[in-house]
Write a protein that binds this ligand. Structure first.
Ligand code: DC
Length: 208
């Protein structure tokens, strides 16, 4: 158990493995984990149903993150769209920062955690992989959920979402200058977790 706060920021594109790495690291160190994509997914899905994205973001409740319709391809697309709105991003900032500084340690995964949400994070990781590998992983996941789609359609979605997330004016997805890059195109997720854990242990020792 760590004394005080300790933040691990994990960024990267969809299906690179950052969620799996974040969960494994949180379990290893007994830190709390926040998948920040769920915030944007909840705002995106609620906005599609009715209403204004900014006021939905301002009034988001933690129970909204437990909705069972946040993991779909439609929710991912809606999330990526509302995520370009700087007022939506601003409305979600305080919650993420408070979570990051909680006592006992926190892992946040997303697109702008190391650059904008937690530039002071003790550890920053950027997890990436080629678009083809990521589309293969996402395609397998969607097939397992029973979704009817094709590899080509998933690859097109992944590429479009990357372009939107990288090129937006506010908080675009990019590695922080001091982030450790983990490319899971060739590295297994287990090997990436081992590297992440070693990096975090080193940062913890540096604090003692
Ligand atoms: O990680 P995810 O696939 O659940 O994220 C869905 C979308 O939400 C993603 O395409 C961009 C947006 N997002 C963001 O802009 N910033 C974050 N910190 C997390 C997600």
């Amino acid at each position: 158990m760590i004394n005080g706060s300790f933040t691990v920021a994990i960024d990267g594109p969809a299906a690179a493995g950052k969620g799996t790495i974040a969960k494994a690291v949180a379990r290893y160190f007994d830190f709390e984990h926040l998948d920040t994509g769920l915030l944007y997914r909840a705002v995106g899905v609620k906005t599609r149903q009715s209403g204004d994205a900014v006021s939905i973001a301002q009034n988001l409740d933690i129970s909204d993150l437990r909705r069972d319709d946040l993991r779909t391809a439609a929710a991912a697309e809606a999330a990526s769209q509302v995520a370009t709105n700087s007022d939506v991003r601003a409305a979600l900032l305080a919650f993420q920062r408070e979570f990051a500084r909680r006592a006992g340690g926190a892992v946040l995964d997303g697109r702008d955690i190391g650059t904008v949400v937690c530039p002071q994070a003790e550890v920053k990781l950027f997890v990436t992989a080629s678009p083809e590998i990521r589309a293969e992983r996402r395609f397998a996941e969607l097939c397992a959920q029973g979704a009817k789609t094709t590899f080509e359609a998933v690859l097109a979605d992944v590429t479009a979402r990357d372009a939107r997330d990288q090129n937006r004016a506010t908080a675009p997805m990019r590695p922080a200058d001091d982030a450790l890059l983990l490319d899971t195109t060739k590295l297994s997720i287990d090997a990436a977790v081992t590297m992440a854990v070693a990096n975090i242990k080193k940062a913890m020792q540096g604090r003692d």
